[in-house]
Each structure stands twice: as structure tokens, then as C-alpha cells.
Design a protein around this ligand. Structure first.
Ligand code: FAD
Length: 452
């Protein structure tokens, strides 16, 4: 325990910060275009479903590492990609959705990824094909599934119109700007009520970050306002020390944090979130000028329809996610789902559901597929890191980082700390401007590496 505390402390100070800087570069963005080799010995047809953080990274690195005889079709339904990462900063006006929008042109031009704009509606694992809306079937040798997440419905918000009126904005886009406009329309002394779903969900620190960003904006622009945070979890899920400090000190008197509040419904007429406290068994209505209920999450329907869900949340029996072997990100049931890899938010592997992590999964997966396609086996001991910066005000941020290593017994990734302390897990000791500047550099680098 003492060693763990020591490494944790180290992570929160100089060594952790140095590790973050070493990982993401001190000053500039690398726009290095890696060549696609003519022949690496690997050959085959790979289909990637989804061009988000996971899918775009996988498509790129399959070409860079696999070479020109690995043909990659990336099937993405949207005309462009809106980054969820940094989208909380749209709420305080410091970023825009158009500034967070990315295209795949460079993946096509620089790496020879074939981009198909279409909706994949079915997967036939036995026949090794995917079906597009419109009926066309495409064959594959290896399939990478990276479609992000789906949201559970919230009682009381049964129609698309009501969902638009009370946006969760957990999939960045038009709903994020709607939420921003609603916050701007709040009166001084108003109330913003948000809910946090039971973990696991996309981006563990994200909702706490949102509470801070909104509180900071309200404090400056709508004095006397409050942010009520109703968390289904028994406590802060990620960056506990940073967010406790933010809630109790930086935003004291503005943020009211309530753990163990299970979302029952939303009453659109009285504009209230109804919750039951799981410890006290009491039910309460929380009225607000703006409601931001973030629903519980699961793997998208396409994975459920294909029968691929095999992992339930703690204390639940319904499978909602796809447990994979984190050595290659293959489905655990290789008999029924041969050559099928699942990466990004729908995959369960021991690491958080986050964009930075998704790009790590994509690399390990692309490397494993490249090896398979030249008759080899995946690497035995992949490592990955998770890195996250969280804005606490419009100009300060905290951070969290962790290293993971493959555990062959569980076939999952496990957090570990190097004996040197160089890459110790940890979170920022303080939220400051320096971290905020580093956050912007990390983001530019991450997106450049994913989409260029
Ligand atoms: C507010 C917020 C803040 C966040 N902040 C951070 C952060 O600071 N750091 C971090 O690391 N992560 C952060 N995240 C989490 C991060 O955005 C996700 O973990 C990441 O986007 C997951 O990548 P993905 O590729 O799995 O899914 P996505 O990025 O959602 O991509 C999925 C893609 O698949 C496409 N698709 C889906 N189904 C189909 C289909 N059937 N056919 C064709 N295309 C399909 C979609 O159109 C989409 O483009 C944040 C999330 C939110 C909501």
C-alpha cells in the first residue's frame, strides 16, 4: 500500500506530468504521414465499421502497418465526424461544433483507405459479410466493429421532440449547441440539473467535467445559479481528488453533488428530474430551468442483433457490451464469431470507454490483424495508456493518466505501475492554466494522428 501511495503521489506531481508531456509532445503537433509499404507479407480484405476515434485509427494503422496488399474499407454512415472530446467546451462558448468536425479525406489520400458512406445494418459472422442499408453485401477476411454506443431511453422522454427539448448531448453535434443555448437562456439564480448514468459509460470523467464547465460559466454570467449533479453511482467515478476539490472549493456554493440518485424519469411539464436515492429509498423531484439527463449506455443494436453481446454491467444480468480478448480485440467466442474484432466504446477489456483509449485499442487491433494476415500470431503482451484532461474552468484543467498491460489469465488489460515510477498512474495535483495549455496540445495531436 505504501508503494502504491508513493507512486500515486508521484503520478500527481512531477513524474506524472513529465510522462504526460513525454507522451504528447511539449510544443508542436506532428503531422507525419507514414508511408504505406508495398508488401509486408500481409494480404487480405478488412472491413471497418465506423469512422470514429477507434475505427478511423484502425483503418489508418491497418494500411500503415499492413501495407498495400491489406485492403481496408471503412464504412461510416455520417458525412463527417464530430468530436465528443472537448465538446463540453462548446457549452461555455470557447469551442464550436464546426471547430470539432473532422473529415476522412486524408485517410483516403494519404493511406489509401477506401471510405464508403453507408449504414451497416447487419453482420453475418458465419458468411463473413456485412449488409449495407440498401441491401448490398460486402465480404471480408477480418472485420473490425467500431460503432460507438447506444443510449437507453428515459421514461418521460419517449418522443424525438422531447429528447431534443431535453438533450443529453452525450453524442456531440446539434444537441450540444441546443444545450449551450438553453444554458445561455437561463436567468440569474437559475438551476441546471444533470444526471450521471451508472458506470460503465462513455468517458468516466466527462459528466463531472461538464458540471464544472457549466458552473464556471453560470458563476461568471448568471450569478446566483446552481448546478445540481445527480449521480447514479455511489461516488465520483473518475479523477475523484480533482473533482472533489473542484466541487468543494473551486465551485463551492454553485455545484451541489448528490450521489446514489437513480434516474426514474423526467417530467417535461413541470421540468423536473425524478430520482430515487438507492441508500435511503426516497424519491425526489429536482426542478430546473435546464435539464440535462445523460442516459445509461450500451453497445449499439447492430452488435445485439448479431448476438455478440456477452458482458453485463456489475449487478445486472442483461449483457450490454462485447467482452473481447485485449491481445487482439477479437470476440471471445471465436467459434461463432471468427475473425471479428470489436474496438472502442462497445468493447469490454478492462480499460475505460474513452477516445484516447479507443485509439490505443485500434493500434493493438490493427497490429494483431496485420500479423494474422501474414500467418503470424498477435503480440503476447500489449500495453496501452489512458490519458484524459478535464477543464475545470474556462482556463484551467486537471488530468488523469494510467498505464495498462495485458493479463493473459483474464485476457483483459490491467492497470499497472512501472517500478521506475516514470509512467505511474495518477491525477493532477492541481487544476491550472499549464494543464489547460497541455490539454489543447494533446487534443490537436490526438486528432491529427487519428484523422490525418
Ligand atoms: C462530453 C464528452 C467528452 C469526452 N471527453 C473525452 C476526453 O477528454 N478524452 C477521451 O479520451 N474521451 C473523451 N470522450 C469519450 C470519447 O468521445 C469516446 O470514448 C470515443 O468517441 C469512442 O470512440 P468510438 O470510435 O468507439 O465511437 P465514436 O467516436 O462515437 O465513433 C463511432 C462511429 O461509428 C459510426 N457508426 C455507428 N454505427 C454505424 C453503422 N451501423 N454503420 C456505419 N457507421 C456507423 C458513427 O457515425 C460514428 O462516427 C468524451 C465523450 C463525451 C460525450
Amino acid at each position: 500500500m505504501q508503494r502504491r501511495h508513493f507512486l500515486r503521489a508521484l503520478g500527481a506531481t512531477a513524474a506524472g506530468l513529465a510522462a504526460m508531456r513525454a507522451a504528447f509532445g511539449e510544443d508542436s503537433v506532428t503531422n507525419y504521414i507514414a508511408p504505406v509499404p508495398a508488401d509486408t507479407g500481409a494480404a487480405g480484405n478488412v472491413i471497418v465499421i465506423g469512422g470514429g476515434m477507434a475505427g478511423a485509427s484502425a483503418a489508418k494503422y491497418l494500411r500503415v502497418w499492413g501495407g498495400q496488399r491489406v485492403k481496408v474499407k471503412m464504412i461510416e454512415r455520417a458525412p463527417s465526424y464530430v468530436s465528443n472530446i472537448m465538446s463540453n467546451l462548446v457549452l461555455n462558448g470557447s469551442r464550436t461544433i464546426s471547430g470539432l468536425t473532422y473529415k476522412w479525406d486524408k485517410l483516403v489520400a494519404n493511406y489509401g483507405v477506401e471510405r464508403i458512406q453507408a449504414d451497416v445494418i447487419a453482420i453475418d459472422a458465419a458468411g463473413r459479410t456485412v449488409t449495407l442499408a440498401g441491401g448490398q453485401k460486402l465480404p471480408y477476411d477480418r472485420l473490425v466493429i467500431a460503432p460507438g454506443i447506444a443510449f437507453d431511453s428515459i421514461p418521460g422522454l419517449g418522443t424525438a421532440a422531447l429528447q431534443a427539448q431535453f438533450p443529453h448531448a452525450w453524442q456531440a453535434g446539434a444537441s450540444t449547441t441546443t444545450l449551450r443555448d438553453q444554458i445561455r437562456a437561463m436567468p440569474s439564480g437559475g438551476t441546471f440539473v444533470m444526471t450521471i448514468p451508472k458506470a460503465p459509460y462513455r468517458c468516466p470523467p466527462g459528466p463531472y467535467e461538464r458540471a464544472c464547465v457549466v458552473a464556471d460559466w453560470l458563476k461568471r454570467n448568471r450569478p446566483g445559479s446552481k448546478v445540481i449533479v445527480l449521480d447514479e453511482n455511489p461516488g465520483i467515478v473518475a479523477e475523484k481528488e480533482s473533482f472533489t476539490r473542484a466541487f468543494e472549493q473551486t465551485h463551492a456554493g454553485v455545484i451541489e453533488y448528490r450521489p446514489s440518485e437513480i434516474l426514474v424519469s423526467v417530467d417535461p411539464v413541470s421540468k423536473a428530474v425524478i430520482t430515487t436515492n438507492s441508500l435511503m429509498n426516497t424519491t425526489q423531484a429536482w426542478k430546473g430551468n435546464v435539464l440535462n439527463p445523460i442516459p445509461r449506455q450500451r453497445a449499439p443494436k447492430i452488435l445485439a442483433d448479431a448476438g455478440m453481446l456477452n458482458a453485463a454491467n456489475p449487478n445486472e444480468s442483461e449483457p450490454k457490451w462485447v467482452k473481447v480478448d485485449a491481445k487482439s480485440y477479437e470476440h471471445l467466442d471465436t467459434l461463432h464469431f471468427p475473425n471479428v474484432h470489436v474496438i472502442g466504446d462497445p468493447a469490454a477489456h478492462g480499460m475505460p470507454k474513452a477516445g484516447h483509449v479507443a485509439t490505443m485499442e485500434a493500434r493493438v487491433c490493427a497490429d494483431a490483424i496485420t500479423r494474422y494476415l501474414r500467418g503470424d500470431r498477435p503480440m503476447d503482451n500489449p500495453v496501452a495508456n489512458s490519458a484524459c484532461y478535464s477543464p475545470i474552468t474556462f482556463e484551467t484543467a486537471s488530468w488523469l493518466t494510467a498505464m495498462y498491460q495485458y493479463d493473459s489469465a483474464s485476457r483483459q488489460m490491467k492497470a499497472f505501475e512501472y517500478a521506475t515510477g516514470m509512467f505511474a498512474s495518477g491525477e493532477a495535483g492541481v487544476a491550472d492554466k499549464d494543464n489547460f495549455d497541455q490539454m489543447n496540445k494533446w487534443f490537436v495531436q490526438l486528432m491529427a494522428d487519428t484523422f490525418a
